[in-house]
Design a protein around this ligand. Structure first.
Ligand SMILES: [Zn+2]
Length: 270
């Protein structure tokens, strides 16, 4: 196998109190309690001569999550800012040339304006769906746009449009890094990022699955989905293809890989 291994680091950009029903397909869940989840981005650092890649950019501001999207408290602090998190790994925002967006929800596409030199790699179907989401005007949560923040989408369409790189379907982004489209799962154009590491294939999921134990190991689809069958198939496919599964909102994953997936990491402790 060619040595196109990458190191992967979780960047904690915030924290949110959300309903547990988001973790499990709604009609199967009787647990209405709240849970505190991290809001993550991922930094991919090559072990060979290649540029680093950022996956997702977090949320715009904590206040909007409550006032616009009608969700529970979201928290942030200076050490969780994108710039500080990147700095911890020796990078500036200006040095990031490639940003993969798993999908365009408010907690994944809110920080794009911080990257003046980046291409934003996103599925065309996702941007199309985000611009005109199908949603009931009566729904009190989701900002009238089913968790797409109009400000983020407007920004991508203009002024960041020259930086937007639309892809359609499965696409190699760099040696050892591939975007894989999982249509109509968490969103119409959600994509996972398959990354070659020394531990095998790590799959960064966005929110295609939220909780490794429930959604992947037990194959129970998460709460917010477009097509139940497509989501169910995605859970099984990811379980088969991934050696390591990295969703965006699971503190167990942060705990396990706090110091990154790199040489010397123990990935099989449980
Ligand atoms: Zn999310």
């Amino acid at each position: 196998m060619s040595n196109h291994n990458w190191e992967i680091y979780p960047l904690v950009l915030g924290e949110a109190d959300v309903s547990k029903v988001l973790d499990t397909f709604w009609s199967l869940s009787r647990d209405k309690s709240m849970v505190t989840v991290p809001i993550l981005a991922w930094l991919l650092v090559p072990t060979f001569n290649e540029e680093p890649i950022l996956v997702d950019t977090g949320f715009r501001d904590a206040e909007r999550c409550q006032t616009v999207h009608g969700l529970g408290p979201h928290r942030t602090k200076p050490e969780w800012s994108l710039r500080t998190q990147l700095k911890n790994h020796g990078f500036t925002a200006e040095e990031i040339k490639k940003v993969i967006l798993t999908h365009l929800h408010y907690d994944h596409a809110g920080g794009c304006a911080e990257f003046p030199n980046a291409k934003f790699i996103v599925q065309r179907t996702e941007l199309q769906a985000a611009a005109a989401p199908m949603v009931s005007s009566q729904l009190k949560i989701g900002g009238g746009a089913l968790f797409y923040d109009r400000k983020d989408i407007a920004e991508l369409i203009d002024p960041l449009w020259p930086q937007v790189h639309l892809i359609e379907g499965d696409t190699e982004i760099a040696p050892g890094v591939k975007c894989v489209l999982f249509q109509n799962t968490h969103t119409p154009g959600s994509q996972a990022v398959y990354v070659q590491t020394e531990f095998g294939t790590a799959v960064i999921l966005g929110d295609i699955a939220r909780n490794v134990e429930l959604n992947i190991n037990q194959e129970i689809p998460p709460g917010l989905i477009y097509d139940l069958e497509a989501t169910y198939r995605a859970m099984i496919r990811i379980k088969n293809e991934a050696d390591i599964v990295l969703p965006s909102h699971d503190y167990e994953v942060v705990k396990k890989y706090r110091n990154g997936l790199k040489e010397g990491t123990s990935v099989h402790e449980n």
